[in-house]
Write a protein that binds this ligand. Structure first.
Ligand code: 2HA
Ligand code: ZN
Length: 272
């Protein structure tokens, strides 16, 4: 099969386009990666032309031999649907999970996303935590979440509680809460380790003064999670701009919601 005809590639490109249209991907901002299923890679095997092995910059032994579809470093989400063979690539990991090689895409050269260490370490943590159900890691630069990192305390507790309060659906969509990474230099192993530590507990990690990472089992769920968190952040920005909350959802309201919707909300996010 032609790579561009594969349903997982079409789903990936649609998600990249949707993120661009939301305004989350100025210039080359953001990156997306998908852990390809064995039967999906088998279907496009004839179209793959493996290049040279290169170091990932970290090691992910539990992902050895796996294939990923990822955005390219310096590539624009805006172009993902117009020139996918230039903006995207399929990479294969070696038997130790220390090196990768490009097997398709990046036809004008280049490398996978600059955030490859964070993507792959997050994939490793989430794949283990979900018994293999996990597939998608998404990094975007949504303005309202970023704005809040200049105003709220940079703690998991503050961000989780404030975001939950801004829309009743939030505790149901992300009952585990959200994690916050303090400002760090992007692109390297250090921020990848900090992010993947948070991903053990959460499906969302906010990078202070930079953006957000979301994880999920498919494109819809992962995009929907980014969308829900950013919408909630937008409401909070509006509320703060109108002089702050006069009333809100109270801890006992959250407990009642959790009971009816069958989710467990950690009490550490429900302090009075
Ligand atoms: O430019 O978003 O974090 C891609 C990025 C780096
Ligand atoms: Zn970024």
């Amino acid at each position: 099969m032609n790579v561009l005809d594969a349903p997982f590639v079409k789903g990936f490109i649609r998600m990249a386009d949707d993120g661009w249209r939301q305004g989350w991907h100025e210039r080359n901002g953001g990156n997306l990666s998908y852990r390809i299923r064995p039967e999906e890679i088998a279907a496009v095997k004839d179209a793959l032309t493996p290049g040279e092995w290169r170091p990932i910059g970290t090691d992910v032994p539990t992902l050895a031999g796996e294939y990923f579809l990822v955005t390219g470093s310096g590539k624009f989400f805006r172009n993902a649907s117009i020139a996918p063979e230039d903006a995207l690539c399929i990479i294969e990991l070696d038997g130790k999970g220390e090196n990768y090689r490009v097997c398709w895409g990046l036809v004008h050269g280049g490398r996978p996303t600059s955030e490859l260490p964070s993507h792959l370490m997050n994939h490793a943590v989430k794949t283990a935590a979900t018994g293999g159900v996990h597939r998608v890691i998404y990094h975007a630069h949504p303005a309202n979440v970023i704005a809040l990192t200049f105003v709220l305390p940079l703690t998991d507790e503050a961000f989780t509680r404030e975001l939950w309060e801004m829309a009743t659906e939030c505790p149901v969509v992300f009952p585990d809460g959200v994690g916050v990474v303090p400002w760090m230099v992007p692109g390297g192993r250090e921020i990848a380790v900090a992010t993947s530590e948070l991903m053990r507990q959460y499906d969302v990690a906010i990078w202070a003064h930079h953006g957000m990472f979301c994880s999920g089992p498919d494109f819809d769920t992962t995009f929907g999670l980014m969308h829900t968190v950013e919408k909630s952040a937008e409401i909070l920005v509006k509320v703060l701009s109108m002089g702050g909350k006069r009333q809100t959802i109270r801890p006992d309201d959250f407990r009642a919601l959790a009971r009816d919707f069958g989710v467990t909300l950690p009490e550490r996010f429900l302090a009075d």
